[in-house]
Design a protein around this ligand. Structure first.
Ligand code: SAH
Length: 311
């Protein structure tokens, strides 16, 4: 059975993203189309919605769910990182709103069979884009102990990084690490039981770090943010929902740089007071889902939404 993904903070996304029903909007991470279904309903027949994702099977599911919108919605298998090229290819210079809903979908966690979840026993793959990137299996079996430790620390702030890296290297001496269960068990054993986190599985952070590394998630987000101001019309909005502090930090820092006029145009004017303010945060702090939503949809628990406007 395919698990439907419950979109996060839908009302807030709609409220901030859509400034005119005739506009052109981008859902950079369409997944199985939860947000896009709602966006599609709220834009006029003259409006347009361009949906991207790197996951072929998610794209297929989104295509089915969004087919009723006809030509108003385009679904393209590309990374949001290449949004500038995608838009150029279809003759669009600027858009009215861009949504990124980062992280992993319930579909990927529960039905893709690609090893995103430590609660299942699946091959260790973790690629969102199966046409590129190396698998988590390759990463785990071929990286040095030092780089595994660095990866766990840098991408998940895992305090047991050293112990886990050592346990991985020891295990693979006898047999390769090929499944999620094998990896999850090994981590459970490596971290002393009295230090197991109370509310989450001891392997949570390791799985997060591997997924980020396999899909180059932080690098892609950082590179994409550099391009955003050029892609929005004045008054156009960027809405980003992130699920851990490393992602959120990148978004927050980008907004600060835009507010100081540091990122675009690349050549700064000579006088600091003449620097254009290019994007501004629409809200000073990030937005979190309300308690009712968290109760209904546990995946929204860690969500943090930031909104910026091109000025
Ligand atoms: N908002 C969606 C769920 C998004 S989950 C919904 O309501 O259904 C995050 C999605 O981002 C996943 O489907 C994942 O494949 C996709 N993704 C990850 N990295 C991406 C990238 N660089 N470009 C496009 N999509 C990406």
């Amino acid at each position: 059975m395919v698990v439907a993904h419950q979109p996060v903070m839908v009302d807030e996304v709609i409220r901030y993203l859509i400034t005119t029903p005739d506009g052109i909007y981008v859902d950079g991470t369409v997944g199985t189309g939860g947000h896009s279904l709602e966006i599609g309903k709220r834009i006029a027949p003259k409006g347009e919605l361009i949906c991207l994702d790197v996951d072929r099977s998610s794209i297929r599911l989104a295509g089915k769910r969004l087919s009723a919108f006809g030509d108003k919605v385009k679904i393209i298998k590309e990374s949001y990182l290449d949004l500038d090229e995608v838009l150029k290819g279809i003759g669009i210079d600027e858009v009215n709103g861009i949504l990124l809903d980062l992280g992993v979908s319930s579909y990927q966690l529960e039905s893709s069979g690609r090893g995103f979840s430590f609660l299942k026993d699946e091959p260790l793959d973790m690629r969102m884009d199966q046409d590129r990137n190396i698998t988590a299996r390759e990463l785990v079996n071929n990286s040095s102990m030092e780089s595994l430790q660095g990866l766990l620390w840098n991408y998940a702030e895992e305090r047991w990084a050293k112990l886990i890296a050592r346990a991985i290297v020891e295990e693979r001496r006898t047999e390769p690490i090929t499944s999620t269960r094998q990896l999850a068990l090994l981590i459970e054993t490596a971290i002393p039981a009295k230090y197991h986190p109370r509310k989450r599985h001891p392997a949570t952070k390791t799985f997060q770090a591997l997924r980020i590394a396999v899909n180059s998630e932080l690098q892609d987000l950082a590179d994409f943010l550099e391009k955003v101001p050029q892609l929005l019309v004045r008054g156009g909005r960027l809405v980003v929902i992130s699920y851990h502090s490393l992602e959120d930090r990148l978004v927050k820092q980008a907004v600060h740089r835009w507010e100081r006029g540091e990122m675009y145009p690349r050549k700064l004017p000579v006088f600091p007071e003449a620097r254009p303010l290019l994007m501004k945060a629409l809200r000073k702090t990030g937005l979190r889902p309300c308690q009712d939503e968290v109760d209904l949809n546990p995946r929204s628990r860690s969500a943090m939404m930031r909104v910026a406007e091109r000025i």
